[in-house]
Design a protein around this ligand. Structure first.
Ligand code: 4VN
Length: 323
């Protein structure tokens, strides 16, 4: 029986930052409203780099930190809800950009849970002996899906990419996971809808590109579901909350994290938050946070880290990782 272990984490975010004050010049909002309700103060927006460009740059950082050559990568999984194209996949574009000529590459669509779902998928390939390693990346250019006339959503999201290199190991690594989906509630957070129009099915073209969110619904979902998922995970792993050294939640909203922390009776000091700087970058938010912590020396070898993603689908996924 094999396990998978994270050998390196890395990230890349576009350089250009937009503050809440900057946004208040183009949409009816203000810094006080945004920061008090979400914890977000700035976000990075792409000035032209697309999702695969961010992902490829993150991949190069990850491989450099891991000391691994691109041609030795066996699997590339990219999680994204803002791909350059419907096809080819972001992962195939990344494969080409970094020269990972021997890798199998495919994408996963699980929104803000995408990085956790991607790690879980790669873990199964490694555990079963199919592949020895995998590059798992979350990458988003959400700015191209933002309606800058909707003050309820455009202030919340940002662009960026991050990921991890997983390798077969004698010991875990990825210790346990809890994932779930509730498609029945999926329409409370949507983007990129296109109806069917063709020569045999005529009608009006109806495209809903932009992110549309029932904020109250998603807020309630997150504060109810995440604590349950973490409790289920802890139970499966046979540990107690005190054994968790660090919690890295999806960086959607600081108030949600505070409610989750209170429900789980885990002190806020154990939670790492950086939505202040990046906003909500969906699938990229957890690996960007992991990379930042790694660069600051905040994750030590042997630490037990809990990551938890939750969002569109609706989907959620929590995972315990020993570094
Ligand atoms: C997970 C979550 C969110 C999210 C939901 C609601 C929300 C973020 C609504 C109330 C509003 C402040 C902002 Cl929990 C989004 C995603 C998508 O990635 C995933 N903010 N808010 C207010 O009026 O206080």
């Amino acid at each position: 029986m094999f396990y998978s272990k994270i050998k390196a984490v890395g990230a890349y975010v576009p350089e250009y930052t937009v503050t809440n004050d900057d946004l208040s010049k183009i949409v009816d909002t203000n810094d006080e409203w945004i920061s008090s309700r979400s914890g977000i103060r700035r976000r990075h927006f792409s000035k032209g780099e697309n999702t695969s460009d961010l992902a490829a740059k993150a991949a190069e950082v990850i491989l450099k930190k891991a000391g691994v050559k691109a041609e030795d990568v066996e699997l590339i999984v990219v999680a994204s809800v803002s791909p350059d194209y419907a096809t080819p996949s972001v992962s195939c574009l990344v494969q080409s950009k970094i020269g990972a000529v021997n890798a199998v590459a495919f994408d996963i669509g699980a929104a803000c849970s995408g990085f956790v779902f991607g790690l879980s998928t790669a873990d199964k390939f490694i555990k079963s002996g199919v592949y020895k390693n995998a590059l798992v990346i979350g990458s988003e250019v959400l700015s191209k899906y933002l309606d800058f006339e909707d003050r309820g959503t455009c202030v919340l999201f940002g662009d960026g990419a991050g990921g991890a290199f997983l390798e077969r190991s004698e010991e875990g690594g990825i210790l346990s996971e809890d994932m779930g989906s509730d498609g029945a509630r999926g329409l409370s957070l949507t983007s990129g809808f296109r109806n069917v129009v063709n020569p045999y099915c005529e009608g009006e073209r109806f495209i809903h590109s932009y992110i549309e969110m029932d904020g109250r619904e998603i807020f309630d979902f997150a504060t109810r579901t995440v604590p349950k998922s973490v409790e289920a995970l802890i139970e499966k792993a046979g540990i107690s909350v005190e054994d968790i050294d660090i919690v890295v939640p999806h960086q959607a909203n600081a108030r949600i994290v505070q409610i989750v922390a209170r429900k789980l009776k885990i002190p806020m000091e154990k939670f790492y938050l950086n939505m202040e700087e990046y906003g909500n970058t969906s699938s990229a938010s957890i690996p960007i946070a992991l990379n930042e912590m790694d660069n600051k020396g905040l994750i030590k070898k042997g630490d037990t880290v809990l990551i938890t993603g939750f969002g569109a689908g609706l989907t959620w996924g929590s995972m315990l990782i020993k570094f």
